[in-house]
Design a protein around this ligand. Structure first.
Ligand SMILES: *[C@@H]1O[C@H](CO)[C@@H](O)[C@H](O)[C@H]1NC(C)=O
Length: 367
């Protein structure tokens, strides 16, 4: 009897050890083992894509000349032992690139991986780490394509991991505590940057270098972190005009999303650039116009004629930091969406096969 229980203890200890070191292969992605486990805490999965948060420089002063994405997801998790106090975390390495190199194949794949985790009853929330330069595009893409009541939090860093006062570890801790918090349910994808919580639809990088870069200038933040605990200003809500795009059949197809280009508006612009975009296969073009979406009149007439002949969808948005663009300057107004988010949503509309009329209703809701 005595020998029996001793053997059982040894077997159990061995099983725990094996469980602790094996990589659990689940579905199309590998999820690492929990770094630590407390059955009273929620389970949060961290998806790492690279970026400054995983970057290392040659010195503590190096804020711009560093190696992007040189640290893997396990390194990010291990660097913040405090994560063990808020959640049982494990990681998935999606990619290790700067966010200027993220493409639509990666977005589709990661969306499906995160969806699979969210559908798992043993997972309570997800976080993805990402370079800050295009974080808003990826976060908005996830917001439009994921469907779950559980929180998904986008996080990055403005300073590499080796910098004095690196912001990555604190941002990651707040992001995980947000994903682990039940008050964060039913709010879609959020950003956790610099002690603040922002909605994926509205929060943008407003400065190329500073730590307080992420802001939702017009709509404001959803809440803040006090001692890393999320505190919300309002009860859960989704923005008006939110719409879910189902991309669950995309992974096997492995194709890119329809090509949509952005053209910037300015004095004396050259309209032939627009023609080149059409000739290069664009299915849609977002004009980052001046003010309420305007382009120089002669150029715009030319552009409308080309678009009419080719069937390309023209969207109008504004190069201003915020504002609303309706249909009055021609094409379909992007509403409150900035050019880069307008592009993401148009790609999903085109992929879903929506007509021009239906696309207009997605962007100009309530008008
Ligand atoms: C967390 O994950 C473990 C392992 O899959 C599971 O046993 C546990 O029940 C999960 N916790 C919650 C709260 O779902």
């Amino acid at each position: 009897m005595l020998i029996g229980s001793a053997t059982l203890v040894v077997i159990c200890a061995w099983l725990v050890a094996v469980q602790g070191t094996t990589q659990l292969a689940r579905g199309p992605h590998d999820v690492s083992a929990f770094r630590c486990f407390d059955s009273k805490l929620p389970n949060v999965t961290i998806f790492a894509t690279g970026g400054t948060i995983a970057g290392t420089g040659s010195s503590g002063k190096d804020m711009s000349n560093y190696q992007i994405g040189s640290l893997g997801v396990q390194h990010l998790i291990d660097a913040v032992p405090e994560l063990c106090n808020v959640a049982n975390v494990r990681g998935v390495e999606v990619s290790n690139v700067g966010s200027h190199n993220i493409n639509s194949n990666m977005l589709v794949r990661m969306s499906q991986q995160i969806q699979q985790e969210l559908d798992d009853p043993y997972t309570q929330g997800a976080v993805f780490t990402h370079g800050t330069d295009t974080l808003e595009e990826t976060a908005f893409f996830m917001d439009l394509t994921l469907q779950s009541r559980k929180p998904v939090v986008a996080v990055g860093a403005m300073r590499p991991a080796t910098a004095i006062s690196a912001d990555g570890p604190m941002n990651l801790l707040t992001a995980v505590s947000l994903a682990a918090n039940h008050d964060a349910w039913d709010r879609g994808v959020m950003l956790a940057m610099n002690d603040r919580i922002g909605a994926a639809r509205f929060t943008s990088k407003t400065n190329a270098n500073r730590v307080d870069a992420f802001m939702a200038v017009e709509q404001g933040y959803l809440g803040v972190f006090e001692n890393t605990k999320p505190i919300f200003f309002y009860p859960p809500a989704r923005p008006l005009g939110h719409r879910h795009f189902d991309i669950s059949s995309q992974l096997t197809a492995k194709k890119s999303l329809p090509k949509v280009e952005i053209l910037y508006g300015y004095q004396e612009l050259e309209p032939s650039l627009f023609k080149s975009a059409i000739d290069l296969g664009a299915k849609g073009i977002v004009l980052a116009g001046v003010g309420g979406g305007w382009w120089p009149t002669a150029a715009r007439r030319q552009v409308d004629a080309w678009a009419e002949a080719s069937g390309v969808i023209i969207m109008t948005s504004s190069r201003s930091l915020s504002g609303y663009v309706d249909d009055s300057s021609g094409g379909i107004g992007c509403g409150f969406l900035d050019p880069q988010r307008c592009r993401v949503q148009l790609q999903l509309c085109l992929e879903a096969g929506l007509s021009r009329h239906e696309i207009r209703k997605v962007f100009q809701f309530g008008v």
